[in-house]
Every structure is written in C-alpha cells, then in structure tokens.
Design a protein around this ligand. Structure first.
Ligand code: TTP
Ligand code: CA
Length: 402
C-alpha cells in the first residue's frame, strides 16, 4: 500500500461547545445538552455534555434524570440542530481548503485523505495543525485529530488525547501503537466477539496480533477472522470515500391513476412516513427537516418543508408535521399524481434503548421498535395506522382548507 496520510477529525463536545461559544455566561460551567430535565423527572437522555460536566460522570445517552442527580446546578439546554448543522457545514468548508477527499461520518466527524495535499501544505501532521488552527480561529471551537496512514489508526488516535488533541502515528509504528489498547477498540468487535476474544485469552489488540490468522479465522469465520487479523496488526487499506454520509432519506409513490380522494392521498403519505421512520430507526438516524412533495396531474410539483428544533424518527412525531405540510400544499380540486416525504438534516440517533430525540416520552422509541418488529412480520402499517388515520378520516373535508 502506498504511503497515505489520513486524518480523522472529531470536534470536542460538539453541541455543548457550540452553545458555550455563543453564550459567554456558560464559560467554565458544566453544560448538558439534551432533553428537558424537569428537575430530575425528565424521561429523555443527554445528547452531550461539556468537559466540565463530564467531571460529574455525565455523558452522551445517559438518562437526563441521572445527569440531574449528578449535577443539578449544571446548565441544561435543548439541542439546536439547525445551528449545529450550520456549524458542521462551516467546518466542512475548512476541510475543503485542504482536500477533496472528505468522508463525513457524522455531524462532527470526518476522515480526510490529505496525501495529495502534502506537497502544498506540508505533511499530514502539519496539515492537521493548520486545520485545528483554522477551526479555533474561525469557529472558536476545538477539534481533536488523529493522523496516520489508515482510517482505523487515525480514528483511534483522534480519541486518545481529547479535547484539543493531535495524535500522530508514524508509518511503521502502527503495531506498537495498537498493542496496549483494549481489544474492544477493534472495529467490528461487539459483545459476542469480545467474549470469544476473552476465551482466546486476548484482552489487548496486541494479544490478538500475536495469534495466527488461522486461529482467528476458526474463531470468527473467514471474513471477520481475516479482518481482525489485519486490523490488529494495523493493516487497513480502506479508502476515504467522499460524500459518504447520507443527507436525506425519503420515499415517494406515483399513483397508478391520478387520485382526487384526499383520504387516499393521506393514507399513502402516512404509509410512506411509516416506512421512512422505520428506515431511519434501522439506520440509527433521525432527521430534523420534514419535506412533503406533491405532484399534480399535469406534472406540476410543489414541496413544503419544516425544520424542527430536534431530529425525530418516529411516525407519531413525523406524521403530524407531514400531514400539516400536505394540507398547506394541497389544492383540493386538483388530482394528485405523486406524493412523497423526506427527512433531512440527519443526525445519528442515540443507540440502544431510549432515544434522545423523543425527549418527553422515553417510551415511544420502544413502541416504535415493537412496531418495526411487527411490521417486519406482518407488513408495515399493522399497528400505528389505525390510530393515526382516525384523525385523518374524522377531520373536516379537505375543501374547507385552502
Ligand atoms: P460525539 O463526537 O460522540 O461527542 P462530542 O462531540 O459531544 O464529545 P467528544 O469530545 O467526546 O467527541 O458526538 C457528536 C455530537 O453528536 C454530540 O455533541 C451530540 C451528538 N450525540 C448525541 O446527540 N447522542 C449521542 O448519544 C452521541 C454519542 C452524540
Ligand atoms: Ca465529537
């Protein structure tokens, strides 16, 4: 493999840092961004906490009630997704000065391949410093960067000296760098794999690197075994793939025949909304912008969109917005050829149980997951539809609206 220079850039305490820079009164205080704490009775979770709040043991995905218990005097803020998405774009623009090979992996993280930029700006570490300086000066934020010849090593490195870190792993030092790290840092090593590694006597990546490839293949199968074998020795050739992050997720349907019955249009849109919500959840994403698209007979097309304060991925949160957008866009006398719904301004949803993006009803992600499971068995729409449509069918005739 050629000598590549890969950077992994990860913003520090991203949402909280944006809030701090925009409100000097927060400086030095513990700041928790997440759902409403309701004096300890809130049911949502923490999106992130600044480093002052982390000293109380507060972190992403922790129940907000637990955060409150640990530090009631912290400043508790709701997320402002649009703001963070804007800042994310500014940071992306800084990256673009140095390379076209940018693979964003979330709102505040990206891989950059700067190999071809080295002639112009100096080597990888020098470019990493320039990027950190630009982010500090222009955005008043700090980033942590890992610099190595592969994505895997760069990603681990960026995490080792947070916040405001720059960790460089020189070519040839990879195995030595990895050896002492816990085996859980290997990409793809979930709980099951960890248990198997434990039985093989491996606790560090170095332990795994010491095993024969055959042993790993026998324990994990051809593909995972080979992967662990290579990664543990610091071998990772995966390229930086530009524009990897999904920007929106939507579904649309063209009717077999143009439709005038608004109940049919709404039912179809609800169906599409359910599918989009389920897909978002499966991909562990949530979106803050809801867009509804309508095409009339004759092909004229309109879209209406609204951005919510925080991202959502459940049908009961998306549907009221989608329905309202449909109703404002609609011209009831015209027949409808196509209807669609798209969620954008995407962000990752908290993994696991309660979804941070459903602040006051820790339950509905569970309900949504149960619905997903049922939908997989019986087809989508089995559960939620009846309840949600009631509203659609009981409402006044569409002609009474614009
Ligand atoms: P992270 O990069 O995981 O965390 P961070 O930037 O807040 O802190 P660190 O310095 O450790 O990198 O996530 C980026 C943003 O994504 C974070 O600011 C808030 C959001 N997020 C959630 O909303 N929920 C989550 O469970 C996680 C992990 C992140
Ligand atoms: Ca981060």
């Amino acid at each position: 493999m050629g000598k590549r220079a890969i950077l992994h850039v990860d913003m520090d305490a991203f949402y909280a840092a944006v809030e701090e820079r925009e409100n000097p009164a927060l400086r030095g205080k513990p700041v928790v961004v997440g759902s409403e704490p309701k004096e300890g009775r809130g049911r949502g979770v923490v999106a992130t906490a600044n480093y002052a709040a982390r000293r109380y043991g507060i972190g992403s995905a922790m129940p907000i009630s637990e955060a409150w218990r640990r530090c009631p005097k912290a400043v508790y803020l709701r997320p402002r997704m649009r703001r963070y998405a804007d800042v994310s774009k500014q940071i992306q623009a800084i990256f673009e000065r140095f390379t076209d090979l940018i693979e964003p992996i979330s709102i505040d993280e990206a891989f950059l391949d700067v190999t071809a930029s080295e002639r112009l700006y100096g080597d990888g570490p020098a470019i990493a410093s320039l990027i950190k300086d630009a982010i500090r000066k222009e955005e008043r934020l700090t980033a942590s960067i890992g610099c190595a010849k592969s994505k895997f090593i760069a990603k681990i490195a960026s995490d080792l000296d947070k916040p405001d870190g720059l960790v460089v792993v020189r070519p040839g030092d990879e195995a030595e760098f990895l050896a002492p790290l816990p085996i859980g840092r290997l990409w793809g090593a979930g709980p099951k794999a960890l248990e198997r590694f434990r039985r093989l006597g491996c606790t560090t990546i170095g332990d795994a690197a010491g095993l024969d490839r055959d042993v790993l293949v026998r324990a994990f199968g051809d593909s995972m075994g080979d992967r662990f074998h290579r990664l543990s020795r610091g071998i990772d050739d995966r390229p930086v793939v530009p524009g990897h992050v999904r920007k929106s997720l939507g579904k649309e349907t063209t009717f077999g025949e143009d439709v005038s019955d608004r109940r049919v249009v709404e039912r179809t849109l609800l169906d599409l909304t359910e599918q989009v919500a389920a897909l978002l959840r499966r991909k562990r994403l949530a979106g803050a912008t809801v867009t509804v698209k309508l095409r009339w007979e004759g092909f004229e097309t309109v879209t209406r969109q609204r951005t919510l304060e925080s991202p959502v991925n459940t049908v009961d949160k998306i549907w009221p917005v989608a329905r309202e957008l449909l109703r404002t866009a609609d011209r009831p006398r015209r027949r409808v050829r196509l209807v669609g719904v798209t969620l954008s301004t995407l962000d990752r949803a908290a993994s696991g149980q309660a979804d941070m993006f459903v602040p006051d009803t820790g339950l509905d992600i569970k309900v949504a997951e149960a619905v997903d499971a049922l939908a997989e068995r019986f087809g989508s729409g089995t559960v939620t539809r009846a309840a949600l449509l009631e509203d659609a069918e009981d409402r006044e005739e569409p002609t009474e609206r614009r």
